[in-house]
Design a protein around this ligand. Sequence first.
Ligand SMILES: C[S@@+](CC[C@H](N)C(=O)[O-])C[C@H]1O[C@@H](n2cnc3c(N)ncnc32)[C@H](O)[C@@H]1O
Length: 352
Amino acid sequence: MALSRFSGKEIEDFCSFLSREYGLSFPPARYSFVENRIEPLMADFSCRTLSDIILRARRDLKLRMDLLNNLTTNETWFFRHPEHFAILRRNVLPELLARKKKTGDNRISIWSAGCSAGAELFSILFALLDVLPDTEKFNLQLVGSDISSEIVKSARQCTFNSHQMRLIDQRTMTRFFTVAGHERWCVKPEYAKMVEFEVLNLLNSWPARSYDIIFCRNTMIYFDSDNKQRLTERFFEALNADGYFFTSANEMIHVENLAGIRKVFLENEIIYQKSGGRREYCIFHFVTPADLLRALNILKNNGFDYQLEKIQSENQLEPTRSICINRSDMPNIQELFNLSSIKILNIENLSR
Ligand SMILES: C[S@@+](CC[C@H](N)C(=O)[O-])C[C@H]1O[C@@H](n2cnc3c(N)ncnc32)[C@H](O)[C@@H]1O
């Protein structure tokens, strides 16, 4: 066993901190990985002990971001696990588009959660554009999110190397990319603008959006089993009725006890589908912008999922803003708002 500069207790406490604060799970077998990734950071931030890092991380945003950037593995490539993209093209997207046509709903929303440099989200976009004849008729929302601000910055540049592009065929290459330098390619601007990337820690609150398809692959490996299970349940909550969830085989989840979730066996793979039914929300309207701001802080600090909504009012030139939350959270949230004397104008129910 390699010699460690930290005591067993020190590294154990540090990994408990990583699990508690960021949901990152490092079992003893991965302690040496943590040490290797943390050493350069200790030098950069003049920390002598792991406790120094814990103390500093609480108030130093730069150190916190570097810590997360160093401890997460961002490896990704286009059409990783090609079977998933075959299922997307042959089964999931045709079924989704037929359903949208039937209901007259023109919104397609897809989330790559733990997107790394963006290859996964662009692979989804390319598959979608292959089967979608008239893009302009649809309102597409393709979102990639990652905990690492560095990797999100890189995803927004839409530039990839030959290693990440190794499974891309010539037709896809010519249609969607331009050469960006030696062994580097850039997604053409007209396609790059069809996706968006944002920084998001999956263990914190999320925008209360809903999706037709969610991919979360090679990301939940970082989480302990409780966080993984809770996260999976939140993904299913965020899916629209009949929406699909893709995850990797090594992140297999337990859905047996989850109502309305079924396993779908396709091409020797398992994906998950939510059964029909609409999702229930509440919209809070506030008396003043100050009430709204305080309400937002409360939701953020208490880890609730929410979405800031623009409500166009006929009597006002400016849109007013409201907060949309999941209906099941409403009693707890209302109690918190009351305790803080936040003035609520009214609460509206919404299902979509
Ligand atoms: C190995 S990459 C997988 C990328 C892509 N999904 C794929 O399969 O190719 C895992 C990504 O998960 C991100 N990640 C780890 N913990 C996360 C968290 N708590 N919230 C959001 N993203 C996280 C990492 O930063 C990393 O970019």
